[in-house]
Design a protein around this ligand. Structure first.
Ligand code: ZN
Ligand code: ZN
Length: 145
């Protein structure tokens, strides 16, 4: 019933146990490096609500900052999850890995301050230089680089 998605090579598949929320663009340096693209579109689900339905043993995880880590397909590298220590109740996932990426639409930009200069989104969404003002627990922390 839930939205489904997976990686480029097909080794890993997942299903969402509830509807995603808080969809946005992130222009931070970590997202640029992990995706190889100027920005990543992500959304949140409650922890445990992104359920691996195939290839969980293939999923790899790396620390991406002092407070977070990222999970990806160990065979093809498709990025799936961004998890941060101070928000253990939710996980963020890369929206483009959904079978139907149009299922949820970004509503804001974060880390606009590190946007690649030649990338010029034509939308009128709110733009935050770093995290959104209501982001919790991030005093003095930000992605590396
Ligand atoms: Zn893969
Ligand atoms: Zn980011």
């Amino acid at each position: 019933m839930g939205l489904t998605g997976g990686c480029m090579c097909g080794s890993v598949r997942y299903e969402l146990a509830s509807d995603p929320f808080d969809c946005g663009w992130c222009h931070c340096r970590t997202c640029q490096l992990t995706s190889g693209a100027p920005a990543m579109a992500f959304a949140s689900v409650p922890a445990g609500h992104l359920v691996w339905t195939k290839g969980e043993d293939v999923v790899r995880s790396v620390p991406s900052s002092s407070f977070g880590h990222r999970s990806f397909c160990g065979n093809c590298g498709t990025p799936f999850l961004m998890q941060v220590d101070h928000q253990p109740e939710t996980v963020d996932f890369s929206v483009a890995t959904l079978d139907e990426p149009e299922a949820i639409e970004p509503g804001f930009h974060i880390f606009w301050g590190s946007k690649v200069a030649w990338f010029n989104p034509g939308d009128a969404l709110p733009r935050h230089d770093k995290f959104r003002p209501d982001t919790r627990g991030l005093e003095g922390t930000e992605p590396p680089g």
